[in-house]
Design a protein around this ligand. Structure first.
Ligand SMILES: *Cc1c(COP(=O)(O)O)cnc(C)c1O
Length: 366
């Protein structure tokens, strides 16, 4: 069995040492020692000022919208994991879908202005596959119209633009540390912000709104990361650079072996961006390739290789969202076209060369 991704596990003995400390202290959650250590370590590792850890990325997204009191309408992308739009729905916010760029599959900044109405309060773009959005243009629009920007950066752990973390753009950025991501804490997530007052509000919100023993300042939720997750995060952090380097080798081999095949297209690394290779998407154009994306998906599946059609169906096609005017096909031609062609191939640090050769061999089968 080969799945689209597989976590790389740190040495078990090292994790047991952490667990022994948790057993000794009997301090299991609520901003414990490892939680505090991990926040510090991640700020340093990522090059960001403030981070608040969460039990998962979805609750971090929901809480990020609460933090800035976002209401009304929010402009977002249909080409993402469904949790991006669900977070709006759970806040009673209307998602307004805008089409994506054919080059990066990210929200097309040039199409944002036309979607702004008097009810628009924010933009929620996604750095899809870790490729940064057009952050300068998006900020310029946000400044002009007085909008907030919250990035779903769940694919963008460790991504830098000219050496500066992509997480430093926008008002807030949200990470997921789910088991399938480049860096994981089993389940987990985080919000990155740029000032101490905002961090304080985020930390209240993830703990029921408690400011102190007797004071509840907001209708918060329970979204705290526990000590076992935080300890695993500290351990994973030691190995994450090595894991990203191994992913880069897998990506390089895919590019070499799939280069020049008519009907197969893949994304190149972007200049001045340090990639982390969260995913390896290819586009399959059935006319020139001779087989459809689903043909390739099924052939791989018959051979116990599970690729994923990220992101198909588009979020705008799910029942909760498909009635919105902005969800109509005519508004999202690029997203619909990419969703039909895209296939994410298995990529993870321990993917063996022989396994990868077999995947490429099967793709090339006529
Ligand atoms: C994984 C992911 C999420 C959700 O994160 P969880 O930690 O699984 O809740 C949200 N958005 C995107 C783009 C993701 O990839």
């Amino acid at each position: 069995m080969i799945y689209v991704t597989q976590p790389s596990m740190p040495p078990l003995e090292e994790f047991v040492e952490y667990l022994e400390k948790i057993w000794e202290s009997k301090y299991l959650t609520n901003n414990g020692q490892f939680h505090q250590e991990l926040e510090k370590a991640l700020c340093e590792h990522l090059g960001v000022k403030y981070i608040s850890l969460f039990s998962n990325g979805t609750l971090a997204l929901i809480s990020a919208l609460q933090t800035l009191r976002i209401t009304g309408e929010v402009i977002t992308t249909p080409f993402s994991f469904v949790a991006t739009t669900h977070a709006l729905h759970w806040n009673g916010i209307k998602p307004v879908f805008v089409d994506i760029e054919p080059e990066t599959f990210n929200l097309n900044a040039n199409k944002i202005e036309a979607a702004i109405t008097p009810k628009t309060t924010a933009i929620l773009p996604v750095h899809v596959y870790g490729n940064p959005c057009n952050v300068d243009k998006i900020q310029q629009i946000a400044d002009t119209y007085g909008l907030k920007v919250i990035y779903d950066a769940c694919h963008a752990f460790g991504v830098n633009i000219n050496g500066n973390s992509v997480l430093n753009f926008g008002d807030l950025s949200v990470l997921s540390f789910h088991a399938t991501k480049v860096y994981n804490t089993f389940e987990g997530g985080a919000i990155i912000c740029h000032d101490a007052a905002t961090k304080k509000r985020i930390d209240f919100l993830k703990n029921f709104g408690f400011a102190d023993e007797l004071t509840v300042v907001a209708p918060g939720i329970n979204a705290k990361m526990n000590e076992v997750q935080a300890a695993f995060g500290l351990l994973q952090l030691k190995y994450v650079d090595e894991a990203i380097a191994k992913r880069a080798m897998v990506a390089k081999r895919y590019r070499e072996s799939l280069k020049g095949i008519p009907g197969i297209h893949f994304l190149e690394d972007i200049e001045n961006v340090s990639p982390v290779h969260s995913y390896f998407p290819i586009l399959i154009a059935p006319q020139s390739f001779g087989k459809s994306r689903d043909d390739v998906y099924n052939l791989l599946k018959q051979n116990n290789i599970y690729s994923r059609r990220y992101f198909y169906p588009l979020i705008s096609q799910f029942p909760t969202y498909k009635a919105y005017e902005s969800a109509q096909s005519s508004n999202l031609p690029i997203a619909e076209s990419i969703a039909k062609q895209v296939l994410c191939l298995p990529i993870y640090p321990d993917l063996e060369i022989e396994q990868q050769n077999r995947i490429v061999y099967l793709i090339k089968q006529r």
